[in-house]
Design a protein around this ligand. Structure first.
Ligand code: PGA
Length: 260
């Protein structure tokens, strides 16, 4: 089965009211009626999911995190099962903003691995964020990414590996990173090929070719086409540009026009 291209919006902690979130989603929903070949996913803050679920059937919803286990006495947490029962389909796991303290409490690959397993068990599709903090001349960053992929997917069945989504997000290019710099489509291509090789080694070439790999890191409507055409990826994970519905729509349209 051919993989569908996917554009995922990571709204992070935006917007500040449910009313505004509803308006954003409605704007997007109205304009994507003709979009057929691109899957559009919005990941809003948890507390808007219930409301947004009713706005559009065409737009899939994702969460930005989930607890690494079943429901229980865990203050402030939200389980994968609860999200699935609400109608959520995807969950972003291991985002760099959650891996680095203090905001995220320093999530490790081991914790991300538990979250991935729990999400899969509940029926959610994990969108697993990986990416090096910096690039060094000795190319140690390849080993960092390889370790992230292997540790995050440790014990995950080969079949499930073909179902997860890997989002390559070099931390140095993400909009929230101070003194960030732009990644190029060549950076994305090189890493997408490398990640697919690592996936192939831990599953099989067939499973690995079915896994969708995305690029994320300050993508805008200006460079989305370049990443999609020359970045070796099956879609994009968009943060800052996704909180401007017009920019986000433009990115979705670019993806729809380019990818076959
Ligand atoms: P950005 O965020 O597009 O704002 O860099 C991407 C992400 O952090 O997922």
């Amino acid at each position: 089965m051919a993989k569908r291209n996917i554009v995922i919006a990571n709204w992070k902690m935006n917007p500040s009211t449910a009313t505004e979130a509803g308006k954003w989603l409605l704007n997007i929903a109205k304009s994507i009626k003709r979009i057929k070949r691109t899957e559009v996913v919005i990941c809003p803050p948890f507390l808007y999911l219930e409301k947004l679920k009713k706005v559009s059937r065409k737009i899939m919803l994702g969460a930005q995190n989930a607890y690494p286990g079943e429901v229980g006495p865990f203050t402030g947490e939200v389980s994968a099962e609860m999200l699935y029962n609400l109608g959520v389909k995807y969950v972003i796991l291991g985002h760099s903003e959650r891996r680095s303290p203090p905001a995220g409490g320093g999530e490790t690959n081991e914790i991300v691995n538990k979250k991935i397993k729990s999400a899969l068990l509940s029926g959610l599709v994990p969108v697993i964020c990986i990416g090096e903090k910096e690039r060094d001349e000795k190319h140690e960053y390849f080993n960092i990414v390889k370790t992230q992929v292997k540790e995050c997917l440790k014990g995950v069945s080969k079949e499930s590996i073909s179902k997860v989504i890997i989002a390559y997000e070099p931390v140095w290019s993400i909009s929230s990173t101070p003194s960030r710099r732009d990644a190029t489509a060549a950076d994305s291509l090189e890493m997408a090929v490398f990640i697919r090789k690592v996936l192939s080694d831990i599953s099989s070439p067939q499973m690995a070719s079915n896994t969708r790999i995305l690029y994320g890191g300050s993508v805008t409507d200006r460079d989305a086409g370049e990443f999609l055409t020359n970045g070796g990826v099956d879609g994009l994970l968009v943060g800052r540009a996704s909180i401007d519905p017009l920019k986000f729509l433009e990115i979705v349209k670019i993806c729809e026009a380019l990818k076959s």
